[in-house]
Ligand binder design. Structure first.
Ligand SMILES: CCCCCCCCCCCCCC(=O)SCCNC(=O)CCNC(=O)[C@H](O)C(C)(C)COP(=O)(O)OP(=O)(O)OC[C@H]1O[C@@H](n2cnc3c(N)ncnc32)[C@H](O)[C@@H]1OP(=O)(O)O
Length: 240
């Protein structure tokens, strides 16, 4: 399957730290993917192969219904379902590392468990022309804050992940520079919500994204957010 990946470099998941970005020698080598391929190591298959945003048996009827609606929208090419892996590493066409991160236990925060349904179940669809993304999110029991409701930090995490995915999709690799949230109504634990993100404007390296989290039936506004993402020197994982 990996041999079919186009184009040559494929980013399967990402977790670039501030340490890496601010390390001058790392920053220099980051510009040349070719050099890294000489010391490539094989990535464990468990990391390379699984798209965590595919439906699983924990998904509720509401989640499945919304998923199918958005899959329908992908059929004319206007919307795209974006894959979601549990690390953020650059691979070449043979499935080998082309950056300096070795295999490790590190996992993307939102994809750090194999137990389906216990934490963040989500899938992101994006529309490049309209500069929009929609995340469908079902919260698991391990995300509880106030009894019976989702923890505010977990809401911030999923808003950051979905709005950051949109920024990455339109602007290439980004870091979150600021994230502001207004919690309007609590999210019942286990419920499915829709995370609607819109790129408000892009000024050179800065991408501003506005987000609304609404209930699956669109009757309740749960959270509003504004975020600023700053582009840093990396490839766009969605464009190779
Ligand atoms: C298949 C692949 C799947 C991929 C999935 C992808 C999922 C992704 C999901 C990811 C989700 C999770 C993601 C995460 O969790 S990212 C982790 C959390 N974020 C961080 O740790 C970021 C830490 N900060 C930094 O690294 C740097 O400060 C950055 C990189 C942000 C900018 O430092 P840099 O030295 O590079 O640039 P600069 O300082 O010249 O600034 C540049 C411009 O920006 C403006 N500015 C900066 N900060 C702010 C601010 N706070 N408010 C307003 N403005 C601000 C600044 O004035 C300037 O504007 P201008 O003077 O040019 O006009």
């Amino acid at each position: 399957m990996l041999s079919k990946i186009q184009p040559i470099a494929r980013v399967i998941c990402q977790n670039i730290t501030g340490r890496f970005i601010h390390n001058p020698s790392a920053r220099r080598t980051m510009k040349s993917g070719i050099r890294f391929s000489k010391t490539a190591k094989e990535l464990p298959k468990v990391v390379a192969s699984k798209d965590y945003s595919e439906p699983n048996s924990s998904w509720s009827q509401e989640m499945m219904k919304l998923y199918e609606q958005y899959i329908e929208k992908t059929k004319d090419g206007s919307w795209k379902k974006l894959p979601s892996y549990n690390r953020f590493l650059v691979l070449n066409e043979d499935g080998h590392f082309i950056d300096k991160f070795p295999p490790s236990k590190a996992r993307l925060f939102t994809r750090n468990t194999e137990e389906e349904g216990s934490m963040f179940e989500y899938v992101v669809f994006a529309n490049k022309v309209e500069k929009k993304a929609v995340g469908l999110f079902q919260s698991g029991d391990l995300l509880e804050g106030p009894s019976g409701f989702v923890h505010g930090g977990a809401i911030a995490t999923i808003v950051d992940a979905v709005s950051g995915t949109l920024a990455t999709y339109v602007a290439g690799f980004v870091m979150t520079a600021s994230l502001n949230l207004d919690y309007k109504n609590p999210i019942p634990l286990g419920s499915t919500v829709i995370i609607e993100c819109q790129l408000e404007k892009k000024e050179e390296r800065k991408s501003y994204v506005n987000t609304r989290v609404i209930s699956h039936d669109c009757t309740k506004l749960h959270t509003e957010s504004t975020a600023l993402f700053v582009s840093v020197n990396q490839k766009n994982p969605y464009q190779g």
